[in-house]
Design a protein around this ligand. Structure first.
Ligand code: SF4
Ligand code: FES
Length: 248
C-alpha cells in the first residue's frame, strides 16, 4: 500500500504545532498501525530527520498507552480495538490518513502525538483502590463469596485500560466513563464497600479539579471505547455519588 500521512508535529508543550505531510510506501495490510509508524520513523531517522513521537508499550491492547486520533476517531476506524491492535487492512491503497494526538485541556501535548495523561493517575490515586492489611495475615479474597453476576459486571468495568479515548471522543472532554468504570469495579464488590463513600466523592472531586468537562449523555465515549465500557457505569457512579453525598 502507498499512503499519505498527515501527522501533527509539535516540538514541545509551549511550541505551536502543525500538520506535516509524509508519503509512505510498501505498507502491508497485515501490519499494525504502530508498525506502520515504526517504518515511517526508520525512514526519517535514516534521512537525519526527527522521528515522530508517539506513545506505546504493550502493543496488545492492555496498557492503554497508545492514544492516537486517526481520521477523526480515537483509536481509528475499527471497533473494540486500541491503536496498537488496528491493522492497516482497515485502509485502502492511496488513502490519506490524518494522525493527531488526543486533544483535551486535561491532556496537554508533550511532543507530537504524545499527551500527558497523568490527570488519570491523580484521579486513580484519589480513590481507585481498596485498603488491605499486607502485614502477613492478608485474608484470601476467595473467602468472601461474591455472586457470579456481580463478579462478571465488576470484571467488565475493570476492563477499562485508562487509555483516554472516552475523553478524546467527547465534545466536552468529559472523563465520566473512565471514572465511572473505576468506581464501578469496586462498588459491585464487598471489598469495595468499606471505602465507597470517600472513593466516589474524592475521585469525582479530583476529576473536576483536573479540568475535565461535564457529561451531557451524547454517548460518543461508549462508541469509541476499545474495551466496551458501557454508559451503565456512569448511571451507577451517579447513584453512588448521590448516596455518598447524602451520607457525607
Ligand atoms: S472507559 Fe474505555 S475509552 Fe475510557 S479510558 Fe477506559 S478503556 Fe479507555
Ligand atoms: S500499546 Fe498497550 S494498549 Fe496499545
Amino acid at each position: 500500500m502507498k499512503l499519505t500521512l498527515k501527522i501533527w508535529r509539535q516540538k514541545n508543550a509551549a511550541a505551536e504545532g502543525k500538520i506535516v505531510e509524509y508519503p509512505i510506501d510498501h505498507i502491508e495490510p497485515d501490519m499494525s498501525f504502530l508498525e506502520m509508524l515504526d517504518i515511517l520513523n526508520d525512514g526519517l531517522i535514516m534521512k537525519g530527520d526527527e522521528p515522530v513521537a508517539f506513545d506505546h508499550d504493550c502493543r496488545e491492547g492492555i496498557c492503554g498507552m497508545c492514544s492516537l486520533y486517526i481520521n477523526g476517531e480515537a483509536h481509528g476506524p475499527d471497533r473494540g480495538v486500541t491503536t496498537c491492535q488496528l491493522h492497516m487492512r482497515m485502509f485502502k491503497d492511496g488513502d490519506t490518513i490524518f494522525i493527531e494526538p488526543f486533544i483535551a485541556k486535561a491532556f496537554p501535548v508533550i511532543k507530537d502525538l504524545v499527551v500527558d495523561r497523568s490527570s488519570f493517575d491523580r484521579i486513580q490515586h484519589a480513590g481507585g483502590f481498596i485498603s488491605v492489611n499486607t502485614s502477613g495475615n492478608t485474608i484470601d479474597a476467595n473467602t468472601i463469596p461474591i455472586n457470579k453476576k456481580d463478579a462478571d459486571t465488576a470484571f467488565d468495568s475493570a476492563a477499562c485500560i485508562g487509555c483516554g479515548a472516552c475523553v478524546a471522543s467527547c465534545k466536552n472532554s468529559s472523563a465520566m466513563l473512565f471514572v465511572a468504570a473505576k468506581v464501578s469495579q469496586y462498588a459491585l464488590l464487598p471489598q469495595g464497600k468499606i471505602e465507597a463513600t470517600d472513593r466516589v466523592l474524592n475521585m469525582v472531586s479530583q476529576m473536576d479539579a483536573e479540568g475535565f468537562g461535564n457529561c451531557t449523555n451524547t454517548g460518543a465515549c461508549e462508541v469509541e471505547c476499545p474495551k466496551g465500557i458501557s454508559l451503565e457505569n456512569i448511571a451507577r457512579m451517579n447513584r453512588e455519588y448521590m448516596s455518598a453525598s447524602l451520607k457525607g
